[in-house]
Design a protein around this ligand. Structure first.
Ligand code: ARG
Length: 464
């Protein structure tokens, strides 16, 4: 059978064309065409290196590099014809190069395999994605610092078990989010180092017989290091898994922030307002204004966890080296990166627009005996053991529940029923301001500490 009926890239040893459904089933071009820019960059670096190695002439290199630039132009203007019968982005571009250049185009793939090519492309692509994600993350963190500074004195209830626990400042709460995101930033920066290692030169699995100069492609492509083993280079996707793990943690954090925003905008809390542009209405209930953006971010978190689980499962049973299974790495990875990037962008836009309802927050902090611990600490300072103080204040709270009075609303006589150590100076301790100002140490909720933490945060961002 003539080879025209078989695939032009590998049809030589085949005697019949691939089944039409199998061709579609095994093709990846519908999703991996997204890698075209990085595929072209990798190919241009490879061609340049082959010239330095004496494998391609300078004229051949220039024709290839120029031809690939033209193809990028065709793709970006939408005139490029993607063909499913050419399987993937790599063979589509190479076939077009050969169509344009003739025999010179066929030389590009010398000393290379799609196996090291695709591993290189994904790493180059992911490196750029991480950089774009870090920009959004930074923007969100800047917004948090700004809002935390404005709200350093704003008092709200702090919760444990979602029950009122102790008063905190709203700025302090926002800085907790900032800390979570700082660790996400560290993780992504760290992950990027391992993404940024070069598999190109591994060829199919064993390396190549040509005198390739891997340090040349490494430098041209801006990789930090050359992968030390060709079998590993074409095979492992741990860098993609690691990215999805870091992305999962970041999404988990955004999801927790989302949950709080959803709670705070509810009629039961009313702690904040979100501007209309981040909300939508209901088609049946005219009064509704739903916090769709945080709800969606919370919901999208599952996709990223799914990508992580999917990639771990994809990898776990694979023998060395490349297996076609690895073609399945792309869609989850793309989706995880897109989801994280979009979610961060939405948050970075939304956070500066949060409008706290300070009076309502304050009123909520006043209820629920949030200064009970302060009263216990006051009695400790009068010389009582903490456990006894806990018990005394417990009785006072019980009395408060029964009589409908908060601790600060009780008279000195009422309070002294529980301990004769209580004196007039107790009332300073029972105020919300007294409570937050007393937690005046690194990491505490006192407004002065919030302001100091904002300054530390700004210094951290300035170092990036
Ligand atoms: N489309 C393939 C992938 O994404 C490219 C590598 C194919 N290599 C091969 N030997 N079939 O993994």
């Amino acid at each position: 059978m003539s080879s025209e009926k078989t695939n032009q890239s590998w049809g030589g040893r085949f005697s019949e064309p691939v089944d039409a459904f199998v061709a579609r089933f095994t093709a990846s071009v519908d999703f991996d065409k997204r890698l075209y820019r990085h595929d072209i960059l990798g190919s241009q670096a490879h061609a340049r290196m082959l010239t330095q190695a004496g494998v391609l002439s300078e004229a051949e290199r220039d024709a290839i590099v120029g031809g690939l630039d033209e193809i990028r132009g065709e793709i970006e203007t939408g005139t490029f014809e993607w063909r499913v019968d050419l399987e993937d982005v790599h063979m589509n571009i190479e076939a077009r190069l050969t169509e344009r250049l003739g025999v010179v185009g066929k030389k590009l793939h010398t000393g290379r395999s799609r196996n090291d090519q695709v591993a290189t492309d994904i790493r180059l692509w992911l490196r750029d994605e991480i950089d774009a994600i870090l920009v959004e993350l930074n923007r969100l963190q800047e917004g948090l610092l700004q809002l935390a500074e404005t709200e350093a004195d704003t008092i709200m209830p702090g919760f444990t078990h979602l029950q009122t626990a102790q008063p905190v400042t709203f700025g302090h709460h926002l800085l907790a989010w900032f800390e979570m995101l700082s660790r996400d930033h560290e993780r992504l920066v760290d992950c990027r180092k391992r993404v940024n290692r070069m598999p190109l030169g591994s060829a199919a699995l064993a390396g190549t017989t040509y005198p390739i100069q891997r340090q040349v492609t490494c430098e041209l492509l801006g990789f930090e290091a050359i992968g030390g083993n060709s079998l590993d280079g074409v095979s492992d996707r741990d860098f993609a898994i690691e990215f999805c793990a870091a992305a999962s943690l970041a999404m988990m954090h955004l999801s927790r922030c989302s949950e709080e925003l959803v709670l705070w905008t509810s009629a039961q809390f009313q702690f904040i307002d979100l501007p209309d542009r981040f909300c939508t209405g209901s088609s049946i209930m005219p009064q509704k204004k739903n916090p769709d953006v945080p709800e969606l971010v919370r919901g999208k978190t599952g996709r990223v966890f799914g990508a992580l689980t999917g990639l771990l499962t994809l990898m776990k049973g694979q023998p060395l080296a490349y297996n076609k299974d690895n073609q399945e790495d792309k869609e989850p990875l793309f989706d995880a990166a897109d989801t994280l990037r979009d979610s961060l962008r939405a948050f970075a836009d939304m956070v500066p627009a949060i409008k706290p309802r300070r009076e309502i927050m304050r009123e909520a902090a006043r209820r629920g005996f949030s200064t009970a611990t302060d009263l216990a600490d006051y009695l400790v300072r009068k010389g009582l053991p903490f456990r006894d103080c806990h018990e005394i204040v417990g009785h006072a709270v019980k009395y408060g529940v029964d009589s409908g009075k908060d601790l600060a609303e009780m008279s000195l006589d009422e309070l002294r029923r529980f301990s004769d150590q209580i004196e007039q100076d107790v009332f300073a301790v029972l105020t919300l301001e007294g409570s937050v100002n007393a937690r005046d140490h690194i990491g505490g909720t006192a407004p002065a500490q919030v302001r100091a933490a904002v300054q530390r945060g700004r210094a951290l961002l300035a170092q990036r």
